[in-house]
Design a protein around this ligand. Structure first.
Ligand code: ATP
Ligand code: MG
Length: 248
């Protein structure tokens, strides 16, 4: 693959909250068509990296290139319009608004539902999530956790992403639901969507990703093909807090 296949290129990113450094030095790239996982323990700096990459927090160092363009200082809105879309940690839906209104807000970057393009996108997104189609008038906050995460993903798709970043898909969900949603992501990726999946439940993320990065202390501790990382006992123990089974 040539460099033009790289959608997102994060170079030596550094991000601080006041004096506290959350991201020390992260370089990471996502090629068009890939599903890349970012894993790591609580507080490792995963969400901060995402906030830096998407423009929600201004990085204190490094660069963010999207489709070859330096977008380091662009606002989150401008990045969404270029195709860099995030499903945030904790979903951040509008709980009192209907499912339909939440979806319409996702189409904001493309002129809302007034545009023909957004209407067609809504039809397409609802065909992927029939559960949501049945619940268009329901208040978003009254749906189950899994349905709310589905809505958060669907709202992201309404912005017609070229890269969809999902921060903690599994948050607060039962393993069976996490499995189902992981399958949805794998299907979306198989249909051509490039995905960056930030996830604390490493084994789930590694199972569907091509390539993965392990983040620890605001740095990339390891990266490589997911299958290799999943087999590496040191990765599991040192960076993901999984204990080796005691010898019998
Ligand atoms: N708004 C903030 N103000 C100050 N410090 C923050 C802020 N957000 C995060 N931090 C700190 O930055 C560090 C990295 O946090 P971050 O949320 O990026 O980690 P994470 O890897 O996403 O963790 P988790 O798996 O729990 O979501 C932590 O030490 C955290 O306390
Ligand atoms: Mg986080």
């Amino acid at each position: 693959m040539s460099d033009t296949d790289i959608l997102l290129d994060i170079r030596a990113l550094e991000l601080r909250y006041g004096a506290a450094v959350a991201v020390r030095d992260i370089s990471l790239s996502v090629k068009r068509g890939q599903l890349v996982a970012v894993i790591g323990n609580n507080g490792a700096g995963k969400s901060s990296m995402v906030r830096g990459a998407t423009g929600l927090v201004r990085p204190s160092g490094g660069q963010v290139l999207f489709k070859g363009e330096d977008t380091t200082r662009l606002s989150a809105d401008r990045k969404v319009a270029r195709g860099l879309v995030m499903v945030p940690e904790g979903r951040l839906l509008f709980p009192d608004q209907s499912v339909e209104d939440n979806l319409i807000l996702g189409a904001y970057a493309h002129g809302g539902l007034k545009s023909v393009r957004s209407k067609a996108t809504l039809e397409k997104v609802l065909s992927l999530f029939p559960r949501l189609k049945e619940r268009l008038p329901q208040q978003a906050g009254s749906m189950s956790g899994g349905e709310q995460q589905m809505l958060a993903i669907a709202r992201g798709l309404m912005a017609e992403p070229e890269l969809l970043i999902i921060d903690e898909l599994s948050l607060g969900l039962a393993p069976k639901i996490v499995d189902q949603l992981m399958r949805v992501l794998a299907d979306l990726n198989a249909a051509g969507l490039t995905i960056l999946l930030v996830e604390q439940l490493a084994s789930y993320a590694l199972a569907i990703a091509d390539h993965a990065y392990v983040i620890a202390n605001g740095r990339v501790a390891r990266h490589g093909p997911s299958a290799d990382l999943a087999r590496d006992p040191e990765v599991m123990e040192a960076f993901l807090g999984k204990k080796k089974k005691a010898a019998a």
